[in-house]
Write a protein that binds this ligand. Structure first.
Ligand SMILES: NC(=O)C1=CN([C@@H]2O[C@H](COP(=O)(O)OP(=O)(O)OC[C@H]3O[C@@H](n4cnc5c(N)ncnc54)[C@H](O)[C@@H]3O)[C@@H](O)[C@H]2O)C=CC1
Ligand SMILES: NCCCC(=O)O
Length: 683
């Protein structure tokens, strides 16, 4: 089928604009290896124009046209875009399939998801208005406080090629719903549908500059966007290596980022499963989207008692997968996206072979396809945990396999990765599934399935898979900043300073307490590590100077990298002790008790007490159900501690601890104790 590729330019300020340097990048159909068109290639000069257009969009009519318009106004545009996507579904799906190589049926499914995502965020945009000015309950009735949620501003959205339009829309829809203006930079390997989104935005009359679309190369268009001083936030999906560069660039401007990166996700298959059902989910979990899914469950961990029979069955399912041109009817696996990706996948397979692994099936180009970047779905056994194929993301249709004997062994294997995006568990024992889900270190856990993804539920990873969550209400939060508004509502004057007409009581009290403080001895302390006072390994100390008298009044221990290592180890042990049950996996009420015990001993009690209350509340908020449009799946959300956290605080530490200068003013004694106690800890 000859498909017409529209010739497009960059979308800047609501207009098609030729790139200033007039560069273009060829579009190659990965199924035929032929050049079928080209896309405009933006450079830093175009990024400047797009950022300026986005800023204008935010400030036009004093913001009332977009950022300060009601959510209901923005929802109308989102719904109009959704309707156009649905109207053009078949054409868009075809463009997607020939651009990135995904089977046409999958591309059509993506277009439904794209329209659904715009609809979903239209609903959330409407809901935003009613949620503004949410009151904050305060312990003092002389103040009242509320919270405003505001659009972050101009956001840069950088996206990959595996779901070219869907990954873009996971960012575009919530960013626009929130009231941001955006610059989208899709992957140079697949941008056609994003350029059609540009045409759709023009069709529906989206205000100029609200969405700008810059196609082009990563270093030439993505990098200047990430480092641009007038961009307020970057949301990135792509490889861990590029994500780290984007984060470093954004850090120069202290710009927030959210990162959705790679993965090497496990699927654990227990001995009690229906072999065919489990085999189909295992194949789908790794071979769907031609294996190019960041959350692909590409490490199979199967119980040793069923391994042989299960693998026989899995090979049979795999060999039945129809590999063809993505536009051919019934295609279930197309080519990988590019020549570079094809070479990369084949190199992974040959390295696995040379390291001693066995190619159980696949591993080569399908015989019937002489052209195109096709790789047969591949299953690799005899894998060790030190092999590249076990540790690194392939981003192609390659599954590696290990067996286990006990649940504990399965979990050790599953969590044996720097990544933490997805994980799946297949078993008929739902209690076991629940237990295993809790212990899997991943942002998304599938039970008795792998990969289904709903725009209502949060998406994102831990460890080197990135941070921040897309989709659901969490996706909207990504593009909003939270503003606290606090008002003094008492008729009394504040009374902190000595009034010109009378000496305030508070000032007198303060003077008294200062006098008392002058005679308080400064305790001599060490570092607090692993529940013990420990002298710094290099035995260094820093003098404490009383800023009023300029005298040395004591000293504090000075940690170095060596002590940090010891403290981090202690914190990791604290998390792992008793399989986590002593702290991280203990009920939050247990942690609340500790906070209350501390509160009773410290003058900084208010903050500890407040978080003790919140900790107690955490338990009942776990497993919050997410309402889904399909009855065949159910989803819930749990909140887990991030892990070991380093807390670095400035010299105003006692205030930081109190959270408020209003009801707790700490003495200098408390200053030094606090800085000893909280330099590093487990959250
Ligand atoms: N966590 C998630 O939700 C997803 C993660 N991915 C990950 O993405 C990777 C594959 O996608 P690719 O497009 O190859 O990733 P990539 O990291 O090469 O490119 C991603 C995007 O970043 C741009 N880019 C490249 N260099 C840049 C730079 N220096 N500064 C700014 N932007 C730059 C590219 O042009 C592209 O638009 C895989 O590793 C996969 O795991 C893909 C899809 C979803
Ligand atoms: N089903 C969408 C998964 C997108 C991704 O690769 O993250």
């Amino acid at each position: 089928m000859a498909v017409q590729i529209p010739s497009r330019q960059l979308l800047i300020d609501g207009e098609w604009r030729e790139p200033l340097l007039k560069k273009r990048v060829p579009v190659i159909n990965p199924a035929t290896e032929q050049i079928i068109g080209d896309i405009p290639a933006a450079t830093a000069e175009d990024v400047d124009l797009a950022v300026a257009a986005a800023r204008r969009a935010l400030s036009r009519n004093k913001g009332k046209d977009w950022a300060l318009a009601s959510g209901a106004v923005r929802a109308k545009y989102l719904r109009a875009i959704a309707a156009k996507i649905t109207e053009r579904k078949s054409e868009l799906a075809t463009l997607e399939a020939i651009d990135c190589g995904k089977p046409l049926d999958e591309a059509a499914w993506d277009m439904d998801d794209v329209a659904g995502c715009f609809e979903y965020y239209a609903d959330l945009a409407e809901g935003l208005d009613a949620k503004q000015k949410a009151p904050v309950s305060l312990p003092m009735d002389t103040f009242k406080s509320y919270v405003l949620k505001e659009p972050i501003g101009v956001v840069g959205l950088i996206t990959p090629w595996n779901y070219p339009l869907l990954m873009a829309v996971w960012k575009v829809a919530p960013a626009l719903a929130a009231g941001c203006a955006a610059i989208l930079k899709p992957s140079e390997l697949a941008s056609l549908t994003c350029l059609e989104l540009a045409e759709i935005c023009r069709d529906v009359g989206l205000p100029p500059g609200v969405l700008n679309i810059l196609t082009g190369l990563g270093p030439e268009a993505g990098a200047p966007l990430a480092s641009h001083p007038n961009v307020d936030k970057i949301a990135f999906t792509g490889s861990t290596a590029t994500g780290s560069k984007v984060m470093a660039a954004a850090a120069q401007m202290v710009k927030p980022v959210s990162l959705e990166l790679g993965g090497k996700s496990p699927i654990v298959v227990f001995e009690d499963v229906d072999l065919d059902k489990a085999a189909e989910w295992t194949a789908f979990g790794c071979f769907w989207t031609n294996g190019q899914i960041c959350s692909a469950t590409s490490r199979l961990i199967v119980h040793e008692s069923i391994a042989k029979e299960f693998l026989d069955r899995l090979v049979k399912w795999t060999e039945k997968i129809k590999i063809s041109d993505p536009l051919e009817e019934g295609c279930r696996l197309g080519p990988v996206v590019s020549g570079g990706q094809y070479e990369k996948v084949l190199n992974f397979i040959s390295t696995a072979k040379s390291e001693g692994a066995t190619i159980l099936c696949g591993g080569v180009r399908p015989e019937h396809l002489k052209k195109g970047f096709f790789v047969e779905p591949t299953i690799i056994t005899d894998v060790t945990t030190s092999m590249q194929i076990w540790r690194e993301e392939v981003f192609g249709p390659v599954l590696c396999v290990k067996t286990f004997g006990t649940e504990e062994e399965a979990l050790d294997l599953a969590n044996d990765t720097h990544y933490g995006l997805g994980a799946a568990v297949i078993s008929n024992d739902l209690e076991r599934c629940d237990r295993v889900s809790k212990a899997l270190q991943a942002g998304i856990v599938w039970i008795n399935c792998s990969q289904p993804c709903f725009c209502q539920a949060p998406w994102g990873g831990n460890k080197r898979s990135g941070f921040g969550r897309e989709l659901g209400e969490w996706g909207l939060e990504n593009y909003m900043s939270v503003k606290q508004v606090t008002q003094y509502v008492s008729d009394e004057s504040w009374g902190w300073y000595r009034s010109p007409s009378k000496l305030s009581l508070l000032t007198l009290l303060k003077k008294k307490s200062e006098q008392k403080l002058a005679i308080i001895p400064i305790p001599s302390r060490q570092l607090f590590i692993d529940g013990e006072w420990r002298e710094p390994l290099l035995k260094r100390r820093i003098p404490i100077i009383n800023p009023t008298t300029e005298q040395i009044i004591g000293d504090i221990p000075a940690a170095t990298a060596e002590d940090v290592d010891v403290a981090v180890e202690a914190a990791r042990r604290a998390l792992a002790r008793n399989k986590g049950k002593d702290w991280a996996l203990a009920s939050a009420a247990v942690r609340a008790k500790c906070l209350l015990a501390i509160a009773s001993k410290e003058d900084v009690a208010g903050c500890f007490e407040y978080y003790a209350d919140l900790a107690e509340g955490l338990d009942t908020k776990q497993k919050a159900p997410v309402s889904l449009p399909m009855k065949t799946f159910k989803t819930y959300v749990t909140k887990e501690p991030i892990g070991v956290v380093g807390l670095i605080i400035p010299w105003l530490c006692s205030q930081a601890l109190c959270g408020s200068i209003v009801h707790n003013h700490a003495s200098s004694k408390q200053h030094s104790e606090a800085s000893n106690g909280v330099a590093l800890g487990v959250n």
